[in-house]
Design a protein around this ligand. Sequence first.
Ligand SMILES: C[S@@+](CC[C@H](N)C(=O)[O-])C[C@H]1O[C@@H](n2cnc3c(N)ncnc32)[C@H](O)[C@@H]1O
Length: 249
Amino acid sequence: MTNSTIPILPEMTEIWQETLNWQPNQQQQQQFQQLYELILLGNQQLNLTRITEPQEFWEKHLWDSLRGIAPQGKFIPSLSENAAIIDIGTGAGFPGLPVGIAIPNSTITLVDSTRKKINFINESLKELTLINAKTCIDRAEEIGHHPQHRKTYDIALIRAVGNAAVCAEYTLPLLKTGGLAIIYRGNWTQEETKSLQNPVNQLGGVIELIDEFTTPLTQSIRHCIQLRKVVNTPPNFPRAIGIPTQNPL
Ligand SMILES: C[S@@+](CC[C@H](N)C(=O)[O-])C[C@H]1O[C@@H](n2cnc3c(N)ncnc32)[C@H](O)[C@@H]1O
């Protein structure tokens, strides 16, 4: 593989520090590099991602994944306390894999409904020797009712899976009371905040923060929407498979 020699990290060290107040250690740098190489290799057989150029990969897959758990440029403090994190619709492992690498004392559950993507992640976990991560082939609508998953997570991440109300319905049932859902978005408007309010309240949450930021290499505007679970989600949520997307709250 020719691209595998392209280093994605060394020149980024200062940017990690400036933007996230954090730097990967040597092992984490190696794991990020290895993840990049695994994605390039996996892409030869599976349609995992269109983001394959080294700097684009760094910004859109690594940095963006971690910026979600670092609102206003600092890692969420509770992450240092063995947090249980879930990534819904993880695809090729984003944002969950970079988060699992960066926060080794957390446990991260990577969920996707597509078997071949989870098979790819399982192989990657072995290569990366990432022992704090596990996978699950299932749908958010199903695991949201499963006692093994419902009300068991401190943080639920979701990127590029559906509109914000759908993401809220997929994530909030999985959180313990007091837990945090982080919805990764590109553009975001005040009207969207207004229309998300009611769905989030129905699901037992509140909108805690709209975190707007600029990416460090291409200066793109992005948002992470943080939802705090304040009371139990009513038992009828999430609704049956397909209903949240067909008829968002
Ligand atoms: C566009 S990809 C995003 C992948 C990744 N989160 C990222 O940002 O690169 C959406 C992923 O969500 C998964 N997905 C969609 N609906 C889902 C559901 N209801 N439950 C579980 N996974 C789902 C799809 O299989 C797909 O892998």
